[in-house]
Write a protein that binds this ligand. Structure first.
Ligand code: GLY
Length: 371
């Protein structure tokens, strides 16, 4: 294992977008930090589409998730500016909104009902006819029934964000230890290589693997299969989310012509297989919405594991582990890891430095579930 020159103030276990951002925001406050992860930037972050979409992700009964998402979306512009400034990496951050489209009359009825609910929450959504949808996105199928425009949604390329975070951390002098943390100790973490990294505080941001270090933490893997298609730039100009006979799909365009097409939701534990059925269903539904995409190159198939919790809210804050290092959790972000990164990183950095923690994060207390 690599020898750290000095004992850092904080160890962050997990080098996904959440762990790296916690480390960066903490290092910016003057604390020394080490990140421990066998594959920093891998995991769910590598798979994810990067939608910053609290409005179009909203579902009935999940208003606390919405409130947290809106608070984090509001932090994204300054997070982006500071990260681009610290790293020199362009994050491909886009603010053109989400177009939600309905394939048939039943899908449209569902979207109309959801939009009525969204308006009661004060969210801006605009009802569009099929023709109006196609005026915004000419590649949509002529048979589209109609849609909803959520102008306040944004998106980013998560792979560029992790590249930027690695650079920013490097420049801040933070250490990245490419090893797996297998256990907490009284003074830090033990590594798979049998070494130890010592620090007085540990943040566990290891996504669905977090319970390996914090047994009893209610996080489970929710498998997602996701595809990357490559073609000419400008094929789509905004995020498109569709319902096809009740089945959801999303298409997220990048500046370089890539389109991320996702994603399955599967309760299959850590099953890392890309399946014929998963790929078929994604392409079938996407083809109904945007027929021309079958001309694109199928460049990548990926599986990621969302860290799911019983109420779909993350776990952010102190987690009492008697006899072991002072531990905080920063995990359980389920479908919203990229969106919730700025508020999570701010909250954890505030916990670590004794600053005021954003009020909205109090709903994410890791101890909120009865044993
Ligand atoms: N946020 C999209 C997904 O988890 O698939």
């Amino acid at each position: 294992m690599p020898e750290l020159m000095t004992t850092p103030d904080v160890i962050v276990v997990g080098g996904g977008i959440v762990g790296l951002s916690v480390a960066w925001r903490t290092a910016r406050r003057g604390l020394s930090v080490a990140v421990v992860d066998p594959d920093p930037g891998g995991g769910a972050t590598h798979a994810s589409a990067g939608m910053l979409a609290p409005v179009s992700e909203v579902t009935y009964t999940e208003e606390p998730v919405l409130r947290l998402g809106l608070a984090s979306l509001a932090l994204w512009p300054s997070f982006r500016d500071e990260l681009e400034g610290d790293s020199g990496v362009d994050l491909d951050y886009r603010t053109d909104g989400t177009l939600k489209i309905a394939y048939d009359a039943d899908d449209m009825a569902y979207l109309d009902e959801l939009a009525a609910f969204e308006r009661t929450l004060g969210l801006r959504v605009e009802r569009l006819t099929g023709r109006e949808c196609r005026r915004l996105e000419p590649m949509l199928a002529p048979s589209i029934r109609g849609g909803m425009l959520a102008e306040d949604d944004a998106w980013v390329n998560p792979r560029l964000v992790t590249r930027a975070l690695r650079t920013a951390l490097d420049r801040a002098g933070a250490a990245v230890v490419a090893d797996r943390a297998v256990a907490l100790t009284a003074r830090g973490v033990r590594l798979a290589s049998d070494g130890v990294v010592a620090a007085p505080r540990v943040v566990v941001a290891a996504g669905p693997w977090s319970p390996e270090l914090l047994p009893g933490l209610p996080v489970r893997p929710v498998k997602g299969q996701i595809l990357r298609l490559r073609g000419p730039g400008g094929f789509l100009t905004r995020c498109v989310r569709g319902l096809v006979h009740g089945s959801p799909a999303y298409l997220v365009p990048r500046g370089d012509g890539e389109i991320t097409l996702g994603a399955t939701m599967e309760e299959l534990g850590f099953d890392g297989r890309v399946t014929a059925g998963g790929v078929y269903e994604l392409l079938r539904d996407a083809h109904e919405l945007v027929p021309g995409l079958t001309e694109m190159e199928l460049a990548e198939t990926t599986v990621g594991f969302r860290p799911g919790t019983p109420d779909n809210l993350p776990l952010i804050g102190p987690f009492d582990v008697p006899g072991e290092a002072d531990v905080l959790a920063a995990t359980g972000h389920h479908r919203n890891g990229v969106l919730l990164t700025p508020i999570t990183a701010e909250a954890v950095a505030a916990f670590l430095t004794g600053e005021a923690v954003p009020e909205v994060v109090k709903s994410c207390d890791p101890g909120r579930f009865p044993e």
